[in-house]
Design a protein around this ligand. Structure first.
Ligand code: FAD
Length: 448
């Protein structure tokens, strides 16, 4: 006896689009979330990358998200005064940043209105098993009722503290921690943001000194302004986050002018001591999607895009059916994510703002081919570690040397070692993907 073909635990960026796609493909889905409908996920900023918008379009949800927030005219990564910028057109190359209090309910409503059965305010407490195989979940709702929902596949879309990952024992084979914490809030957008050429983008992550600051134009004429710093420092902001956030933003070259004449409209939200992982994504009767199986450093803002990518890929795998399709889903997620995982970790590290990276940003800013290479990287056609060819980097470093700046060379060795590590892990995961593509059922965890 089964209640559904698939039970999806968690109904946000990963779970809601997955439920929507499966239901439209004729799969009987029950989605469960411990939160009531329709609610916020406050512990997340929310830049959706251009690739994420493309996935939303593929799912038929792009215009729904476009209606929530204005287009970013560009997405910018800035280091001190140098930057790489991807210009956008608001349609094919698009990026939006609606608040999660707006985005999540919209995705949830689309699924509910399409006919997905949702049990909200209902928490999964245990799994039902038949031998090794997961065959359903045990849940408890707000009224205190406990019952079982049986299905041949249980998907954990339940975020970075996933109950499903814990109960299945899904092992992690890549783990890291963040030395940085972050606080952010929402501010009234003043005319400066729309008229001053310094802000000709919409979304920007700016590294200055040992701090990253984020500016995302969001919905309702608001800006998200955030500041990060070393965990110990950010911990001290807890006693008065409003004053601390103001102070940090007032020190930012790009953020300070945006405070003038603006009001903070919500209490700041913060996150300290974050840890990240890549976990086994499938097993007998279960799968993980979104943060539950892959949680990466939020500095470059990739998590929602990855959750959408994997929701679309898992929907395809479930519809295709069979163990091979599920293995392919897992191995493809890994091969597509490993470079981004390290890119994000690197960007959130204590040493990111080093002479080598500063020289690379300066070189990239003046290199005519770089905007196109950045676009290909953001479109996931080029892996982050392939974005700057070694010959190009050496040329930039020689130019720095001629200007009397020898400091980048001292970082060259550690930079090369890091690139080699990422490339080695990429090869391991590419080989696992190739085996899955040949139809070999290989359950082994990658040794990274
Ligand atoms: C500080 C910070 C900033 C970020 N900024 C960005 C950004 O700018 N851009 C970006 O793309 N990403 C960002 N991210 C990442 C992004 O938040 C996540 O990648 C995204 O939320 C993942 O979506 P999800 O659906 O997998 O999980 P979640 O959004 O965490 O949703 C999981 C759901 O599962 C439910 N759930 C959990 N346990 C149970 C249970 N036992 N039973 C029933 N339901 C359960 C929860 O109630 C929740 O609704 C950021 C993350 C952090 C921490």
């Amino acid at each position: 006896m089964r209640d559904a073909d698939v039970v999806i635990v968690g109904f946000r960026c990963a779970g809601a689009p997955l439920a929507y796609a499966l239901h439209r493909a004729g799969v009987r889905v029950i989605a469960i979330d411990k939160d009531p409908l329709f609610s916020d996920q406050p512990i997340s900023t929310h830049a959706i990358q251009p690739y994420g918008m493309k996935v939303l379009d593929r799912l038929g949800l792009g215009d729904l998200v476009r209606d929530l927030a204005p287009p970013n005219s560009a997405f910018r990564f800035q280091m001190e005064d140098s930057y790489l910028q991807m210009d956008l057109d608001g349609a094919y190359h698009d990026s939006r940043s609606p608040r999660r209090s707006v985005l999540d309910p919209a995705l949830q409503r689309a699924a509910v209105e399409s006919g997905v059965e949702v049990r909200d305010a209902t928490r999964v407490t245990d799994l039902s098993r038949d031998g090794e195989r997961v065959v359903g979940v045990r849940v408890k709702n707000l009224a205190g009722s406990e019952y079982e929902i049986r299905a041949p596949l249980v998907v954990g879309a339940d975020g970075r503290h996933s109950t499903i990952a814990k109960l299945t024992g899904a092992p992690a084979y890549l783990e890291s921690t963040s030395p940085h914490g972050i606080y952010w809030s929402y501010f009234e957008k003043t005319p400066l943001f729309d008229t001053d050429p310094r802000y000709d983008w919409g979304a920007c992550i700016h590294i200055e000194g040992n701090q990253a600051r984020a500016v995302f134009q969001t919905d309702s004429n608001l800006l998200l302004l955030g500041a990060s710093g070393p965990n110990d420092v950010v911990r001290s902001w807890r006693s008065d986050p409003t004053a601390a956030l103001h102070e940090q933003l007032a020190r930012g070259t790009l953020t300070a002018p945006l405070l003038e004449g603006s009001r903070m409209v919500a209490p700041p939200v913060g996150q300290i001591s974050m840890s990240f992982f890549m976990k086994r994504a499938v097993g007998p009767g279960w799968a993980l999607v979104g943060d539950s199986g892959l949680h990466i450093n939020p500095t470059p803002g990739l998590g929602i895009t990855d959750a959408l990518r994997d929701a679309a890929a898992l929907a395809d795998a479930i519809v295709a059916g069979g163990e091979r399709a599920m293995q392919l889903y897992w191995r493809r997620r890994d091969a597509e994510s490993i470079g981004l995982y390290h890119f994000a970790d690197d960007m959130g590290s204590e040493t990111y703002n080093n002479p080598l990276n500063r020289a690379a940003f300066r070189g990239a800013m003046n290199e005519p081919s770089m905007p196109a290479r950045m676009r290909r990287m953001m479109d996931r056609e080029l892996r982050p570690h392939d974005m700057i060819p070694p010959t190009m980097l050496v040329r930039w470093l020689l130019a720095e040397t001629l200007r009397g700046n020898f400091a980048p060379w001292r970082w060259f060795g550690s930079g090369s070692r890091q690139v080699n590590l990422v490339k080695r892990q990429q090869r391991i995961l590419d080989r696992a993907l190739a085996r899955a593509e040949r139809g070999e059922l290989d359950d082994a965890l990658p040794h990274l």
